[in-house]
Design a protein around this ligand. Structure first.
Ligand SMILES: Cc1cc2nc3c(=O)[nH]c(=O)nc-3n(C[C@H](O)[C@H](O)[C@H](O)COP(=O)(O)O)c2cc1C
Length: 214
């Protein structure tokens, strides 16, 4: 494990699985373990433990840039996600897409979309996208090749709003849970998640060092 950093890379993991300690949360834990071992500061949010509502579609945020609903998501959407260096969304596939918990969370980020696209309050540079990577960790019972395809556009929309760089190599997928009988038996998922967490922090540390040397 790396020594404690003064200004560590902040890694925020958000799980949309309602199943505590299940396949998806375990996968997220591996990513966060890797990030922590590389010297990152990690935090895990479990959406199912929070009190929050889905978007009402009132579109008030199109005019004000602020959500009319005051609940547990507000500090996450206005502080925790914007202040994180690395964001990790984790969700199992339920009924062919992300869970209701994760979808409701992402819909509530419509406020951030409004700030950017309706009110022109936010502009992210290319450098911002590179220095704020977004990841998606996901698990599914089935092995059909398109099982995760319905989720990717939703995750892309979320990360675009926050200026996070989300590319296909930032997906850690674990299909075939029905066959494997659980994430621990999956041949690659834990290793890939741990390595991705570690690499995410090391990469950002390297970029910071290069900036200091300029
Ligand atoms: C309500 C529900 C719906 C599901 N729907 C699907 C599905 O459409 N396709 C699929 O491949 N797996 C589906 N699964 C299986 C889960 O994606 C899989 O077991 C996953 O690893 C569970 O993760 P968790 O332990 O974090 O809940 C479903 C599971 C549940 C509980």
């Amino acid at each position: 494990m790396s020594p404690k950093q003064e200004n560590p890379i902040r890694v925020l993991g958000i799980s949309g699985s309602p199943h505590r300690g299940g396949n998806t949360e375990q996968l997220l834990d591996r990513f966060l373990d890797g990030a922590m071992d590389a010297g990152g500061e990690t935090e895990k949010i479990i959406l199912s433990t929070l009190e929050y509502h889905s978007c009402r579609g009132c579109n008030a945020c199109h005019k004000t840039g602020v959500c009319v609903i005051d609940d547990d998501l507000i500090p996450i959407l206005t502080k925790k996600v914007p202040e994180a260096d690395v964001v990790v969304l984790a969700s199992p596939i339920y009924s062919m897409s992300i869970t209701a918990e994760m979808k409701a969370f992402i819909d509530r980020a419509h406020t951030i979309w409004a700030q950017k696209f309706k009110l022109n309050l936010v502009h992210y540079t290319e450098e911002h996208f590179i220095s704020h990577p977004g990841y998606f960790l996901t698990t599914a019972g089935m092995e059909r090749p398109d099982i995760f395809d319905y989720s990717y556009p939703i995750i892309t929309a979320f990360y675009n709003g926050f200026g996070c760089g989300y590319t296909p190599d930032h997906n850690i997928t674990a299909p075939g849970m029905d066959r494997w009988g659980g994430i621990k038996e999956h041949p690659t998922a834990f290793t890939f998640a741990y390595t991705a967490g570690k690499e995410a922090v090391l990469q950002l540390e390297k970029m910071r060092a290069e900036d200091r040397d300029k």
